[in-house]
Design a protein around this ligand. Sequence first.
Ligand code: ACM
Ligand code: ZN
Length: 552
Amino acid sequence: MKRTLFVIVVMTMYSMVCDAQKASSNIIPAPVEFEQYGYGFTIDRNTKIIVNVTGNEMQVAEYLHGILDTLFGGIKPIVAKRDNPKYSMANSIIFILTGERKLGKEGYELDIQRDRIMIAANENAGFFYGVQSLLQYYGISPNGEFSYLIKARNQSDTTLKLVSSTEAGCKIADYPHFAYRGKHLDVCRHFFTVEEVKAYLDLLAYHKINTFHWHLTDDQGWRIEIKKYPLLTQIASCRDQTMIGHYRDYKKDEPLRFDGKRYCAFYTQEQIKDVVKYAAERYITVIPEIEMPGHSCAVLEAYPQYSCRKGGIKAEGRWGVFDDVLCCNDSTIRFMEDILAEVCELFPGKYIHIGGDECPKTRWKECPVCQATKQKQGCKDEHELQSYFIRTIEKFLNSKGKSVIGWDEILEGGVTGTATIMSWRGVNGGIAAAKAGNDAIMTPEEFMYFNWYQADPKTEPLAFGGLTPLEKVYNYNPVPQGLTSEEQKHIIGLQANTWTEYITDFSNLIYMDYPRVAALAEIGWGKNSTYEQFLLSVERLKPLYKKYMEIK
Ligand code: ACM
Ligand code: ZN
Protein backbone atom coordinates (compact mmCIF):
# COMPACT_ATOMS: atom_id res chain seq x y z
CA MET A 1 0.00 0.00 0.00
CA LYS A 2 1.36 3.33 -0.94
CA ARG A 3 0.70 6.25 1.31
CA THR A 4 1.48 9.77 0.41
CA LEU A 5 4.02 11.14 2.78
CA PHE A 6 3.38 14.77 3.30
CA VAL A 7 6.27 16.76 4.57
CA ILE A 8 4.53 19.16 6.77
CA VAL A 9 6.09 22.55 6.80
CA VAL A 10 3.78 24.77 8.66
CA MET A 11 0.73 23.53 10.35
CA THR A 12 -1.80 25.59 12.09
CA MET A 13 -3.06 24.36 15.34
CA TYR A 14 -6.53 24.38 14.07
CA SER A 15 -8.99 26.94 15.24
CA MET A 16 -11.87 25.59 17.17
CA VAL A 17 -15.12 25.67 15.32
CA CYS A 18 -17.12 26.82 18.24
CA ASP A 19 -19.47 29.36 19.52
CA ALA A 20 -18.09 32.15 21.64
CA GLN A 21 -19.53 30.89 24.92
CA LYS A 22 -18.74 27.22 24.91
CA ALA A 23 -15.83 25.92 22.93
CA SER A 24 -16.10 22.53 21.34
CA SER A 25 -13.05 20.29 21.39
CA ASN A 26 -13.60 18.95 17.89
CA ILE A 27 -12.29 15.67 19.19
CA ILE A 28 -14.28 12.52 18.42
CA PRO A 29 -15.37 11.05 20.74
CA ALA A 30 -15.95 14.33 22.56
CA PRO A 31 -14.14 14.46 25.92
CA VAL A 32 -15.97 14.44 29.24
CA GLU A 33 -14.41 17.72 30.39
CA PHE A 34 -13.01 20.33 28.04
CA GLU A 35 -11.85 23.82 28.73
CA GLN A 36 -10.09 26.09 26.25
CA TYR A 37 -7.27 28.50 27.03
CA GLY A 38 -6.66 31.82 25.33
CA TYR A 39 -3.20 30.73 24.21
CA GLY A 40 -1.72 27.67 22.59
CA PHE A 41 1.35 25.61 21.99
CA THR A 42 3.39 25.05 18.90
CA ILE A 43 4.85 21.63 18.24
CA ASP A 44 7.97 21.69 16.13
CA ARG A 45 10.77 19.30 15.39
CA ASN A 46 12.60 20.50 18.51
CA THR A 47 9.71 19.61 20.79
CA LYS A 48 10.97 17.01 23.24
CA ILE A 49 9.05 14.08 24.61
CA ILE A 50 9.74 13.63 28.31
CA VAL A 51 8.83 10.70 30.50
CA ASN A 52 9.27 10.83 34.25
CA VAL A 53 10.65 7.37 34.58
CA THR A 54 11.40 4.90 31.84
CA GLY A 55 8.52 2.76 33.02
CA ASN A 56 5.16 1.89 31.63
CA GLU A 57 4.41 5.12 29.86
CA MET A 58 7.53 4.67 27.76
CA GLN A 59 5.60 2.44 25.35
CA VAL A 60 3.14 5.16 24.38
CA ALA A 61 5.84 7.84 24.49
CA GLU A 62 7.74 5.80 21.90
CA TYR A 63 4.61 5.47 19.80
CA LEU A 64 4.11 9.25 19.81
CA HIS A 65 7.80 9.72 19.13
CA GLY A 66 7.46 7.52 16.03
CA ILE A 67 4.55 9.60 14.78
CA LEU A 68 6.26 12.96 15.25
CA ASP A 69 9.46 11.55 13.82
CA THR A 70 7.57 10.57 10.67
CA LEU A 71 5.76 13.88 10.52
CA PHE A 72 8.88 16.00 10.89
CA GLY A 73 11.34 13.65 9.29
CA GLY A 74 13.43 13.40 12.47
CA ILE A 75 13.09 14.60 16.06
CA LYS A 76 15.14 14.38 19.25
CA PRO A 77 15.22 11.17 21.32
CA ILE A 78 12.88 10.74 24.27
CA VAL A 79 14.20 12.15 27.52
CA ALA A 80 13.83 10.34 30.85
CA LYS A 81 13.42 13.02 33.49
CA ARG A 82 14.83 10.80 36.24
CA ASP A 83 18.13 10.62 34.41
CA ASN A 84 18.15 14.33 33.63
CA PRO A 85 16.58 16.09 36.61
CA LYS A 86 17.71 19.53 35.49
CA TYR A 87 16.35 19.12 32.00
CA SER A 88 14.23 22.05 30.83
CA MET A 89 10.57 21.23 30.50
CA ALA A 90 10.01 24.01 27.98
CA ASN A 91 8.83 22.99 24.49
CA SER A 92 8.02 19.50 25.58
CA ILE A 93 5.33 16.86 25.70
CA ILE A 94 5.45 15.30 29.15
CA PHE A 95 4.01 11.92 30.16
CA ILE A 96 2.99 11.76 33.79
CA LEU A 97 1.70 8.75 35.72
CA THR A 98 -1.14 9.84 37.93
CA GLY A 99 -3.25 8.19 40.57
CA GLU A 100 -6.45 9.96 39.52
CA ARG A 101 -9.11 7.33 40.19
CA LYS A 102 -11.86 8.76 38.01
CA LEU A 103 -9.66 8.21 34.93
CA GLY A 104 -9.71 4.43 35.38
CA LYS A 105 -7.73 2.26 32.97
CA GLU A 106 -8.51 4.14 29.77
CA GLY A 107 -8.90 7.72 30.94
CA TYR A 108 -6.36 10.54 30.62
CA GLU A 109 -5.80 14.22 31.16
CA LEU A 110 -4.40 16.36 28.40
CA ASP A 111 -3.19 19.85 29.20
CA ILE A 112 -1.98 21.94 26.28
CA GLN A 113 -0.30 24.92 27.91
CA ARG A 114 1.70 27.78 26.49
CA ASP A 115 5.09 26.09 26.54
CA ARG A 116 4.37 22.42 27.13
CA ILE A 117 1.83 19.66 26.80
CA MET A 118 1.12 17.28 29.65
CA ILE A 119 -0.51 13.90 29.27
CA ALA A 120 -1.43 12.18 32.53
CA ALA A 121 -2.92 8.71 32.93
CA ASN A 122 -3.01 5.68 35.20
CA GLU A 123 -2.27 3.11 32.54
CA ASN A 124 -0.90 2.78 29.04
CA ALA A 125 -4.33 2.73 27.40
CA GLY A 126 -5.01 6.11 29.00
CA PHE A 127 -1.74 7.54 27.69
CA PHE A 128 -2.61 6.13 24.29
CA TYR A 129 -6.01 7.84 24.26
CA GLY A 130 -4.43 11.07 25.45
CA VAL A 131 -2.15 10.86 22.43
CA GLN A 132 -5.10 10.17 20.11
CA SER A 133 -6.82 13.32 21.37
CA LEU A 134 -3.61 15.26 20.88
CA LEU A 135 -3.29 14.00 17.30
CA GLN A 136 -6.89 14.90 16.51
CA TYR A 137 -6.50 18.33 18.12
CA TYR A 138 -3.55 19.09 15.87
CA GLY A 139 -4.97 17.32 12.82
CA ILE A 140 -2.15 14.79 12.58
CA SER A 141 -3.05 11.53 10.85
CA PRO A 142 -2.84 8.27 12.84
CA ASN A 143 0.73 7.39 11.92
CA GLY A 144 2.02 10.89 11.37
CA GLU A 145 2.15 10.48 7.61
CA PHE A 146 0.22 13.63 6.88
CA SER A 147 -1.81 16.43 8.30
CA TYR A 148 -5.39 16.58 7.14
CA LEU A 149 -6.03 20.13 8.25
CA ILE A 150 -3.34 22.07 6.54
CA LYS A 151 -2.95 22.57 2.87
CA ALA A 152 0.64 22.99 2.03
CA ARG A 153 3.56 23.19 1.31
CA ASN A 154 6.89 23.82 0.14
CA GLN A 155 8.46 20.40 0.45
CA SER A 156 11.98 21.77 0.52
CA ASP A 157 11.33 23.97 3.49
CA THR A 158 12.87 22.40 6.53
CA THR A 159 11.69 24.73 9.24
CA LEU A 160 9.11 22.10 10.07
CA LYS A 161 7.09 23.89 12.62
CA LEU A 162 3.65 23.38 13.93
CA VAL A 163 2.54 26.93 14.32
CA SER A 164 -0.56 28.06 15.94
CA SER A 165 -2.32 31.02 14.42
CA THR A 166 -5.71 30.98 16.06
CA GLU A 167 -4.07 29.10 18.80
CA ALA A 168 -5.91 27.79 21.78
CA GLY A 169 -4.57 25.31 24.21
CA CYS A 170 -6.95 23.29 26.29
CA LYS A 171 -7.39 21.17 29.36
CA ILE A 172 -9.13 17.85 29.02
CA ALA A 173 -10.15 15.20 31.55
CA ASP A 174 -11.58 12.19 29.81
CA TYR A 175 -12.65 8.58 30.27
CA PRO A 176 -15.04 6.19 28.52
CA HIS A 177 -18.55 5.21 29.48
CA PHE A 178 -18.62 1.68 28.03
CA ALA A 179 -15.82 -0.82 28.54
CA TYR A 180 -16.54 -2.59 25.23
CA ARG A 181 -16.41 -0.41 22.11
CA GLY A 182 -16.30 -2.74 19.16
CA LYS A 183 -16.11 -2.74 15.39
CA HIS A 184 -16.63 -5.81 13.27
CA LEU A 185 -15.32 -6.56 9.80
CA ASP A 186 -16.33 -9.43 7.53
CA VAL A 187 -13.36 -10.54 5.43
CA CYS A 188 -15.12 -13.61 3.99
CA ARG A 189 -17.47 -12.09 1.44
CA HIS A 190 -14.67 -9.78 0.38
CA PHE A 191 -11.13 -9.92 1.65
CA PHE A 192 -8.96 -7.13 2.99
CA THR A 193 -5.19 -7.41 3.02
CA VAL A 194 -3.03 -7.15 6.13
CA GLU A 195 -2.01 -3.64 5.10
CA GLU A 196 -5.65 -2.65 4.70
CA VAL A 197 -6.61 -4.19 8.03
CA LYS A 198 -3.79 -2.26 9.68
CA ALA A 199 -4.98 0.99 8.14
CA TYR A 200 -8.48 0.09 9.31
CA LEU A 201 -7.17 -0.46 12.85
CA ASP A 202 -5.36 2.88 12.74
CA LEU A 203 -8.64 4.66 12.15
CA LEU A 204 -10.45 2.65 14.82
CA ALA A 205 -7.78 3.46 17.40
CA TYR A 206 -7.98 7.10 16.38
CA HIS A 207 -11.64 6.98 17.47
CA LYS A 208 -10.80 5.12 20.72
CA ILE A 209 -12.51 1.91 19.60
CA ASN A 210 -10.93 -0.85 21.70
CA THR A 211 -12.15 -4.09 20.11
CA PHE A 212 -11.87 -5.44 16.58
CA HIS A 213 -14.19 -8.35 15.78
CA TRP A 214 -12.63 -10.16 12.83
CA HIS A 215 -15.20 -12.32 11.02
CA LEU A 216 -12.85 -14.92 9.55
CA THR A 217 -14.99 -17.81 8.35
CA ASP A 218 -18.23 -18.05 6.41
CA ASP A 219 -20.00 -19.84 3.54
CA GLN A 220 -18.10 -17.84 0.93
CA GLY A 221 -14.58 -18.43 2.23
CA TRP A 222 -12.38 -19.57 5.11
CA ARG A 223 -9.73 -16.93 5.74
CA ILE A 224 -7.42 -18.23 8.49
CA GLU A 225 -4.61 -20.75 8.19
CA ILE A 226 -5.04 -23.78 10.46
CA LYS A 227 -1.95 -25.96 10.40
CA LYS A 228 -3.71 -29.20 11.31
CA TYR A 229 -6.24 -28.85 8.48
CA PRO A 230 -4.40 -27.57 5.38
CA LEU A 231 -7.42 -28.04 3.13
CA LEU A 232 -9.03 -25.10 4.89
CA THR A 233 -6.62 -22.82 3.11
CA GLN A 234 -6.06 -24.97 0.02
CA ILE A 235 -9.77 -25.44 -0.71
CA ALA A 236 -12.07 -23.59 1.69
CA SER A 237 -10.38 -20.23 1.12
CA CYS A 238 -11.67 -20.22 -2.49
CA ARG A 239 -15.03 -19.84 -4.15
CA ASP A 240 -15.45 -20.48 -7.86
CA GLN A 241 -17.47 -17.39 -8.63
CA THR A 242 -19.49 -14.57 -7.13
CA MET A 243 -23.06 -13.56 -7.84
CA ILE A 244 -23.56 -10.30 -9.67
CA GLY A 245 -25.71 -7.60 -8.11
CA HIS A 246 -28.34 -7.94 -5.44
CA TYR A 247 -31.20 -10.47 -5.26
CA ARG A 248 -33.64 -7.61 -5.49
CA ASP A 249 -32.25 -6.78 -8.95
CA TYR A 250 -33.55 -10.11 -10.26
CA LYS A 251 -37.07 -10.82 -11.44
CA LYS A 252 -38.92 -13.76 -9.93
CA ASP A 253 -37.44 -17.04 -11.26
CA GLU A 254 -34.74 -15.20 -13.20
CA PRO A 255 -31.51 -17.19 -12.91
CA LEU A 256 -28.69 -15.58 -10.97
CA ARG A 257 -25.72 -14.31 -12.94
CA PHE A 258 -22.16 -14.96 -11.78
CA ASP A 259 -18.87 -13.25 -12.56
CA GLY A 260 -17.04 -16.51 -13.37
CA LYS A 261 -14.00 -15.39 -11.36
CA ARG A 262 -12.40 -17.62 -8.77
CA TYR A 263 -11.93 -15.73 -5.51
CA CYS A 264 -9.27 -17.00 -3.08
CA ALA A 265 -7.68 -15.39 -0.04
CA PHE A 266 -6.56 -16.12 3.49
CA TYR A 267 -4.24 -14.91 6.23
CA THR A 268 -1.29 -17.04 7.28
CA GLN A 269 -0.80 -17.53 11.00
CA GLU A 270 2.22 -15.22 10.81
CA GLN A 271 0.03 -12.52 9.29
CA ILE A 272 -2.61 -13.04 11.95
CA LYS A 273 0.03 -12.64 14.67
CA ASP A 274 1.29 -9.50 12.96
CA VAL A 275 -2.21 -7.96 12.92
CA VAL A 276 -2.90 -8.96 16.54
CA LYS A 277 0.38 -7.33 17.61
CA TYR A 278 -0.32 -4.22 15.57
CA ALA A 279 -3.77 -3.98 17.16
CA ALA A 280 -2.36 -4.50 20.67
CA GLU A 281 0.06 -1.63 20.09
CA ARG A 282 -3.06 0.45 19.50
CA TYR A 283 -4.87 -0.89 22.57
CA ILE A 284 -7.27 -2.86 20.43
CA THR A 285 -8.15 -6.43 21.34
CA VAL A 286 -8.88 -8.66 18.37
CA ILE A 287 -11.75 -11.10 18.71
CA PRO A 288 -11.70 -13.79 16.02
CA GLU A 289 -14.99 -15.24 14.87
CA ILE A 290 -15.03 -18.87 13.80
CA GLU A 291 -18.57 -19.60 12.65
CA MET A 292 -20.40 -22.73 13.75
CA PRO A 293 -22.53 -24.70 13.20
CA GLY A 294 -24.05 -22.63 10.36
CA HIS A 295 -22.37 -20.52 7.67
CA SER A 296 -20.07 -23.45 6.98
CA CYS A 297 -20.31 -24.24 3.25
CA ALA A 298 -16.66 -23.39 2.60
CA VAL A 299 -15.33 -25.62 5.35
CA LEU A 300 -17.63 -28.43 4.20
CA GLU A 301 -16.25 -28.29 0.69
CA ALA A 302 -12.81 -28.98 2.16
CA TYR A 303 -13.93 -31.48 4.81
CA PRO A 304 -17.25 -32.99 3.63
CA GLN A 305 -17.06 -35.69 6.32
CA TYR A 306 -18.32 -33.08 8.80
CA SER A 307 -21.53 -32.37 6.88
CA CYS A 308 -24.83 -34.23 7.18
CA ARG A 309 -24.83 -35.26 3.53
CA LYS A 310 -21.15 -36.06 3.11
CA GLY A 311 -20.43 -34.33 -0.15
CA GLY A 312 -21.56 -32.07 -2.97
CA ILE A 313 -21.14 -28.88 -0.99
CA LYS A 314 -19.17 -25.96 -2.43
CA ALA A 315 -18.00 -22.67 -1.01
CA GLU A 316 -20.86 -20.36 -1.92
CA GLY A 317 -20.82 -17.72 -4.63
CA ARG A 318 -24.25 -16.54 -3.53
CA TRP A 319 -25.09 -14.46 -0.47
CA GLY A 320 -27.54 -15.62 2.15
CA VAL A 321 -28.25 -18.48 4.55
CA PHE A 322 -27.72 -22.07 3.42
CA ASP A 323 -29.05 -25.41 4.62
CA ASP A 324 -25.72 -27.24 4.68
CA VAL A 325 -24.27 -26.82 8.16
CA LEU A 326 -21.89 -28.75 10.39
CA CYS A 327 -23.27 -32.18 11.32
CA CYS A 328 -23.83 -32.34 15.07
CA ASN A 329 -21.72 -35.22 16.35
CA ASP A 330 -18.59 -35.91 18.39
CA SER A 331 -16.17 -36.00 15.47
CA THR A 332 -17.34 -32.61 14.19
CA ILE A 333 -16.99 -31.15 17.67
CA ARG A 334 -13.42 -32.56 17.93
CA PHE A 335 -12.64 -31.05 14.52
CA MET A 336 -13.83 -27.62 15.63
CA GLU A 337 -11.96 -27.96 18.92
CA ASP A 338 -8.73 -28.71 17.04
CA ILE A 339 -9.27 -25.58 15.00
CA LEU A 340 -10.08 -23.49 18.06
CA ALA A 341 -6.99 -24.78 19.88
CA GLU A 342 -4.87 -23.12 17.17
CA VAL A 343 -7.07 -20.02 17.19
CA CYS A 344 -6.63 -19.66 20.97
CA GLU A 345 -2.87 -19.63 20.52
CA LEU A 346 -3.08 -16.83 17.96
CA PHE A 347 -5.42 -14.50 19.83
CA PRO A 348 -4.37 -13.62 23.37
CA GLY A 349 -7.63 -11.80 24.22
CA LYS A 350 -10.28 -13.13 26.58
CA TYR A 351 -13.00 -13.77 23.99
CA ILE A 352 -13.46 -16.16 21.10
CA HIS A 353 -16.59 -15.58 18.98
CA ILE A 354 -18.17 -18.81 17.76
CA GLY A 355 -20.98 -17.41 15.62
CA GLY A 356 -24.10 -19.49 16.21
CA ASP A 357 -26.31 -17.34 13.99
CA GLU A 358 -28.56 -18.34 11.10
CA CYS A 359 -28.19 -22.10 11.36
CA PRO A 360 -31.13 -23.76 9.55
CA LYS A 361 -32.13 -27.07 11.10
CA THR A 362 -33.28 -28.64 7.82
CA ARG A 363 -30.38 -31.10 7.51
CA TRP A 364 -30.28 -31.91 11.22
CA LYS A 365 -33.95 -32.93 11.15
CA GLU A 366 -33.23 -35.43 8.35
CA CYS A 367 -29.80 -36.63 9.44
CA PRO A 368 -29.67 -39.92 11.41
CA VAL A 369 -26.35 -38.95 12.98
CA CYS A 370 -27.72 -35.62 14.25
CA GLN A 371 -30.88 -37.33 15.45
CA ALA A 372 -28.80 -39.90 17.35
CA THR A 373 -26.89 -37.07 19.07
CA LYS A 374 -30.16 -35.36 19.87
CA GLN A 375 -31.48 -38.50 21.52
CA LYS A 376 -28.28 -39.28 23.37
CA GLN A 377 -28.05 -35.76 24.79
CA GLY A 378 -31.74 -35.66 25.71
CA CYS A 379 -32.49 -32.62 23.55
CA LYS A 380 -36.17 -32.01 22.92
CA ASP A 381 -35.63 -30.24 19.59
CA GLU A 382 -32.92 -29.02 17.19
CA HIS A 383 -32.57 -25.71 19.02
CA GLU A 384 -31.52 -27.64 22.09
CA LEU A 385 -29.23 -29.69 19.89
CA GLN A 386 -27.54 -26.47 18.74
CA SER A 387 -27.33 -25.43 22.35
CA TYR A 388 -25.59 -28.75 23.15
CA PHE A 389 -23.11 -28.09 20.33
CA ILE A 390 -22.37 -24.56 21.53
CA ARG A 391 -22.15 -25.53 25.19
CA THR A 392 -19.69 -28.32 24.43
CA ILE A 393 -17.52 -25.90 22.49
CA GLU A 394 -17.84 -23.35 25.27
CA LYS A 395 -16.59 -25.87 27.82
CA PHE A 396 -13.59 -26.55 25.62
CA LEU A 397 -12.81 -22.85 25.25
CA ASN A 398 -13.24 -22.27 28.98
CA SER A 399 -10.67 -25.02 29.55
CA LYS A 400 -8.29 -22.92 27.46
CA GLY A 401 -9.01 -19.88 29.62
CA LYS A 402 -11.26 -18.24 27.04
CA SER A 403 -14.80 -16.89 27.19
CA VAL A 404 -17.36 -17.35 24.46
CA ILE A 405 -19.30 -14.76 22.50
CA GLY A 406 -22.17 -15.82 20.24
CA TRP A 407 -24.85 -14.11 18.18
CA ASP A 408 -28.22 -13.92 19.93
CA GLU A 409 -29.46 -17.19 18.36
CA ILE A 410 -27.38 -19.06 20.93
CA LEU A 411 -30.00 -18.10 23.50
CA GLU A 412 -32.61 -20.19 21.70
CA GLY A 413 -31.97 -23.68 23.01
CA GLY A 414 -30.81 -22.52 26.43
CA VAL A 415 -27.51 -20.83 27.11
CA THR A 416 -24.89 -21.22 29.83
CA GLY A 417 -24.52 -18.49 32.41
CA THR A 418 -21.12 -17.49 31.08
CA ALA A 419 -21.57 -16.83 27.34
CA THR A 420 -21.69 -13.21 26.17
CA ILE A 421 -24.47 -12.44 23.71
CA MET A 422 -24.22 -10.19 20.69
CA SER A 423 -27.71 -8.83 20.18
CA TRP A 424 -28.12 -8.27 16.44
CA ARG A 425 -31.75 -9.13 15.66
CA GLY A 426 -32.90 -6.02 17.49
CA VAL A 427 -32.41 -5.54 21.20
CA ASN A 428 -34.41 -8.44 22.63
CA GLY A 429 -31.43 -10.79 22.73
CA GLY A 430 -29.54 -8.24 24.79
CA ILE A 431 -32.48 -7.76 27.14
CA ALA A 432 -32.95 -11.52 27.60
CA ALA A 433 -29.23 -11.99 28.19
CA ALA A 434 -29.00 -9.20 30.77
CA LYS A 435 -32.09 -10.49 32.60
CA ALA A 436 -30.55 -13.97 32.69
CA GLY A 437 -27.33 -12.52 34.12
CA ASN A 438 -25.29 -12.94 30.92
CA ASP A 439 -23.22 -10.09 29.52
CA ALA A 440 -24.48 -8.55 26.29
CA ILE A 441 -22.97 -6.46 23.52
CA MET A 442 -25.52 -4.40 21.64
CA THR A 443 -25.28 -4.47 17.88
CA PRO A 444 -28.88 -4.26 16.62
CA GLU A 445 -28.93 -4.29 12.85
CA GLU A 446 -31.28 -1.34 12.50
CA PHE A 447 -28.72 0.98 14.10
CA MET A 448 -25.39 -0.81 14.03
CA TYR A 449 -25.10 -2.43 10.58
CA PHE A 450 -22.90 -0.18 8.52
CA ASN A 451 -23.43 -2.27 5.39
CA TRP A 452 -26.93 -0.78 5.37
CA TYR A 453 -27.47 2.35 3.32
CA GLN A 454 -26.49 5.61 4.95
CA ALA A 455 -28.51 7.78 2.57
CA ASP A 456 -31.07 7.49 -0.22
CA PRO A 457 -30.13 4.30 -2.15
CA LYS A 458 -30.62 6.20 -5.41
CA THR A 459 -27.57 8.28 -4.60
CA GLU A 460 -25.47 5.56 -3.01
CA PRO A 461 -23.31 2.65 -4.16
CA LEU A 462 -24.99 -0.76 -4.01
CA ALA A 463 -25.51 -1.85 -0.39
CA PHE A 464 -27.31 -4.54 1.55
CA GLY A 465 -30.55 -2.61 2.10
CA GLY A 466 -32.08 -0.84 5.10
CA LEU A 467 -31.31 2.72 6.02
CA THR A 468 -28.98 3.75 8.85
CA PRO A 469 -28.06 7.40 8.39
CA LEU A 470 -25.51 9.07 10.65
CA GLU A 471 -28.05 10.77 12.89
CA LYS A 472 -29.85 7.50 13.51
CA VAL A 473 -26.60 5.86 14.57
CA TYR A 474 -25.73 8.83 16.78
CA ASN A 475 -29.11 8.68 18.53
CA TYR A 476 -28.86 5.00 19.39
CA ASN A 477 -28.79 4.24 23.12
CA PRO A 478 -27.28 0.79 23.80
CA VAL A 479 -28.93 0.39 27.18
CA PRO A 480 -32.42 -0.94 26.46
CA GLN A 481 -35.34 0.29 28.48
CA GLY A 482 -36.87 -1.93 31.11
CA LEU A 483 -33.69 -3.23 32.74
CA THR A 484 -32.95 -2.81 36.44
CA SER A 485 -29.70 -1.09 37.32
CA GLU A 486 -28.17 -4.48 38.13
CA GLU A 487 -29.25 -5.85 34.75
CA GLN A 488 -27.95 -2.76 32.98
CA LYS A 489 -24.46 -3.62 34.20
CA HIS A 490 -24.55 -6.62 31.87
CA ILE A 491 -24.73 -4.33 28.83
CA ILE A 492 -20.97 -4.09 28.53
CA GLY A 493 -21.01 -2.00 25.41
CA LEU A 494 -21.83 -1.77 21.75
CA GLN A 495 -20.46 -2.69 18.37
CA ALA A 496 -21.09 -1.86 14.73
CA ASN A 497 -20.84 -4.54 12.05
CA THR A 498 -19.84 -4.31 8.41
CA TRP A 499 -20.70 -7.30 6.26
CA THR A 500 -18.99 -7.08 2.92
CA GLU A 501 -21.18 -8.78 0.33
CA TYR A 502 -21.36 -5.52 -1.61
CA ILE A 503 -18.20 -3.92 -0.28
CA THR A 504 -15.53 -5.03 -2.69
CA ASP A 505 -12.63 -2.73 -1.87
CA PHE A 506 -11.05 -0.70 0.91
CA SER A 507 -12.24 2.60 -0.46
CA ASN A 508 -15.86 1.50 -0.35
CA LEU A 509 -15.31 0.02 3.11
CA ILE A 510 -14.12 3.36 4.48
CA TYR A 511 -16.95 5.09 2.66
CA MET A 512 -19.53 2.85 4.33
CA ASP A 513 -17.96 3.00 7.79
CA TYR A 514 -17.11 6.68 8.05
CA PRO A 515 -18.38 8.86 9.54
CA ARG A 516 -20.71 6.27 11.09
CA VAL A 517 -17.81 4.87 13.17
CA ALA A 518 -17.44 8.40 14.56
CA ALA A 519 -21.01 8.16 15.88
CA LEU A 520 -20.32 4.68 17.25
CA ALA A 521 -17.27 6.07 19.07
CA GLU A 522 -19.27 8.97 20.43
CA ILE A 523 -21.89 6.65 21.94
CA GLY A 524 -19.29 4.25 23.31
CA TRP A 525 -17.48 7.08 25.06
CA GLY A 526 -20.66 8.40 26.64
CA LYS A 527 -21.82 11.04 24.16
CA ASN A 528 -20.39 14.26 25.52
CA SER A 529 -21.50 16.34 22.54
CA THR A 530 -24.66 17.68 21.00
CA TYR A 531 -25.42 16.37 17.53
CA GLU A 532 -24.57 19.80 16.10
CA GLN A 533 -21.16 19.82 17.77
CA PHE A 534 -20.60 16.26 16.61
CA LEU A 535 -21.36 17.24 13.01
CA LEU A 536 -18.83 20.07 13.16
CA SER A 537 -16.21 17.66 14.46
CA VAL A 538 -17.07 15.22 11.68
CA GLU A 539 -16.58 17.98 9.10
CA ARG A 540 -13.11 18.49 10.47
CA LEU A 541 -12.29 14.79 10.15
CA LYS A 542 -13.70 14.35 6.65
CA PRO A 543 -10.42 15.14 4.88
CA LEU A 544 -8.82 12.34 6.90
CA TYR A 545 -11.54 9.87 5.91
CA LYS A 546 -11.13 10.94 2.32
CA LYS A 547 -7.40 10.26 2.46
CA TYR A 548 -8.07 6.76 3.77
CA MET A 549 -10.49 6.17 0.91
CA GLU A 550 -7.65 6.98 -1.47
CA ILE A 551 -5.19 4.46 0.02
CA LYS A 552 -4.09 2.01 -2.62
C1 ACM B 1 -25.70 -11.76 11.40
O1 ACM B 1 -25.88 -10.67 10.87
N1 ACM B 1 -26.00 -12.88 10.76
C2 ACM B 1 -25.13 -11.87 12.73
ZN1 ZN C 1 -25.96 -34.44 10.69
